[in-house]
Design a protein around this ligand. Structure first.
Ligand SMILES: *[C@@H]1O[C@H](CO)[C@@H](O)[C@H](O)[C@H]1NC(C)=O
Ligand SMILES: *[C@@H]1O[C@H](CO)[C@@H](O)[C@H](O)[C@H]1NC(C)=O
Ligand SMILES: *[C@@H]1O[C@H](CO)[C@@H](O)[C@H](O)[C@H]1NC(C)=O
Ligand SMILES: *[C@@H]1O[C@H](CO)[C@@H](O)[C@H](O)[C@H]1NC(C)=O
Ligand SMILES: *[C@@H]1O[C@H](CO)[C@@H](O)[C@H](O)[C@H]1NC(C)=O
Length: 479
């Protein structure tokens, strides 16, 4: 219960100023401060930003190879690696990654980076161990089972814990934890990629796709822009970026705010009267302060919705570390992951934490979250640039997530400059509707029916079908 609960509060705090919780006042203040500091990575990119440290990585790939993970299933045949890449030698800042080659013909498959959000949450805890990696952690927190819908069936998957302070990623300079933000995260992720490609040079010219979910709605467009700009200026490796796909993406404060309330109402979770009151009294413009009337309606809305797991509104709750067995998605999943990743032998097998990072491994880091100090209110201009560059750009949405609800994405797309090419149609997986597609000139929007915020956890087969069609550059139709 604890992990999942803390995490929901945390995301709820960052993403929704109006979310009512004991800490909400503190968070409202936090958001006010954030607004005053709003900056854009796109306005700040200067040529010196691309001067990053590139080290020699001779022999480090072999040292990162994982021989065996404690509790792994019998007959595990995987080429997987994990370890640290230094992004700033002066400060002693290093980011932790896990990389798994495709199970089939890896040399013919693209390289795909996956990032979870938060900000402050781990891509290894969430993405790799609970969503789309080759393993899932069993309920005992000690053993692993195979995920037969792992995305490494069709791609070489790279998971990165970023920025420093998240998961096993660290800095030897504690002030690095004081001012984390979007710009630093984009730069460090870029420095990571350039150095990682020195360690795995056979991937230097490989097609690269960026994927992730939630607050990675910020990270990924910003990183894509950084790569595209730096490719023009750099004497480092030219990164062969081909596309970006983001699930339940947090990309625009205004549509995020409005879209969530409309979603709750459309799912019959609040009354018409309260929803009308919100629509009439709340000004969702990103920099407007909510009126007292608005706040009163938001509080009533919160009371009416009740205690529902916001990331998957039909899932059972994780209560005292257990949940009902009958539902496909287990909201206690991150508890099992936290137990597993805190086992010393597991950390050793992963080549993690050899410097003795204080505290336990946690899926999300409060300090990073609380100190987040650089966040534009919208990344739509960055997304527009990335779309206009001609690379593939997809947004997908699990349709039973109320945290970053599907309506928020639909409203955000309306603000982008792109015309509909193929109107809304159902896509099928084995004769069942997997979700719906709208193809725009420069963007593809796909829904996944019956999936919550963590799409590959809730609907593994549909998520893999979606990912496969993304890599093929063909919107799903009949799979
Ligand atoms: C951080 O400090 C430890 C202990 O001195 C050292 O082993 C490690 O290499 C340093 N990390 C980086 C990225 O420089
Ligand atoms: C790349 O550019 C930087 C900054 O101009 C310079 O210091 C460095 O020596 C260059 N590296 C190579 C390999 O040319
Ligand atoms: C909403 O707030 C914005 C920013 O404070 C303001 O410009 C706008 O006029 C407001 N809209 C309404 C309908 O009051
Ligand atoms: C969860 O634990 C608390 C404290 O031990 C207990 O009061 C409560 O009844 C438990 N809830 C369930 C559903 O078992
Ligand atoms: C790192 O290892 C030390 C033991 O050397 C342990 O006390 C600490 O909890 C670990 N840190 C993390 C983040 O797991």
């Amino acid at each position: 219960m604890k992990a999942a609960f803390t995490i929901s509060i945390r995301l709820c705090l960052l993403i929704f100023a109006q979310c009512v919780s004991p800490q909400s006042d503190r968070f409202l203040n936090f958001l006010e401060v954030q607004r005053a500091k709003t900056t854009y990575v796109s306005q700040e990119l200067k040529s010196e930003d691309f001067h990053i440290h590139v080290a020699s990585h001779n022999g480090l790939k072999e040292a990162d190879k994982i021989s065996r993970l404690p509790g792994q299933p019998r007959n595990t045949k995987l080429n997987h690696y994990s370890g640290y890449v230094t992004t700033d030698p002066q400060n002693g800042r290093a980011l932790f990654y896990y990389f798994v080659e495709s199970a089939y013909e890896p040399s013919t498959k693209p390289l795909v980076l996956w990032l979870n959000g938060g900000p402050g949450c781990s891509s290894i805890g969430g993405g790799m161990m609970m969503e789309l990696g080759p393993f899932r952690v069993n309920k005992n927190g000690k053993t692993l089972s195979r995920n037969k819908h792992s995305w490494n069936k069709v791609a070489n998957m790279l998971f990165l814990e970023s920025p420093a302070g998240v998961g096993f990623s660290y800095s030897n300079t504690s002030s690095d934890y004081k001012y984390p933000g979007d710009t630093l995260t984009a730069k460090d992720s870029y420095a990571f990629l350039i150095n990682w490609l020195e360690r795995f040079p056979e991937y230097k010219t490989r097609d690269l796709y960026l994927t992730g979910e939630s607050y990675a709605g910020h990270y990924l467009p910003q990183l894509a822009e950084f790569i595209l700009e730096s490719n023009k200026n750099t004497n480092h490796t030219i990164i062969n970026l081909k596309g970006v796909a983001i699930g339940n993406a947090y990309i625009d404060k205004e549509t995020q705010r409005k879209g969530r309330h409309d979603y709750l109402w459309s799912r019959s979770m609040v009354s018409d009267e309260i929803h009308d009151g919100i629509v009439t009294n709340c000004n969702f413009t990103w920099n407007s302060k909510y009126s007292d009337e608005c706040n009163a309606y938001l509080k009533q809305e919160n009371d009416l919705v009740g205690n529902v797991y916001a990331y998957d509104i039909y899932a059972p709750l994780c209560i005292n570390g257990t949940s009902s067995e009958t539902y496909g998605f287990d909201p206690c999943g991150l508890d099992y992951v936290e137990s597993y990743l805190n086992i010393p032998e597991v950390q050793k097998a992963l080549h993690a934490n050899f410097t003795g990072i204080p505290g336990k491994w946690r899926d999300c880091n409060d300090e990073i979250f609380d100190n987040w100090n650089d966040e534009p209110f919208t990344v739509l201009p960055t997304i527009q640039k990335v779309m206009d560059s001609g690379i593939r750009f997809w947004l997908y949405s699990g349709d039973i997530d109320s945290r970053v609800a599907i309506t928020t994405t639909q409203y955000a797309i309306k603000k982008l400059n792109t015309a509909i090419k193929t109107p809304w149609y159902p896509w099928y997986l084995k004769e069942e509707v997997g979700g719906y597609v709208t193809e725009y000139e420069k963007l593809t929007f796909v829904t996944i029916r019956g999936a919550g915020h963590f799409v590959p956890s809730c609907q593994p087969a549909r998520a893999l079908a979606l990912f496969t069609s993304f890599l093929q550059g063909k919107p799903p139709r009949d799979m």
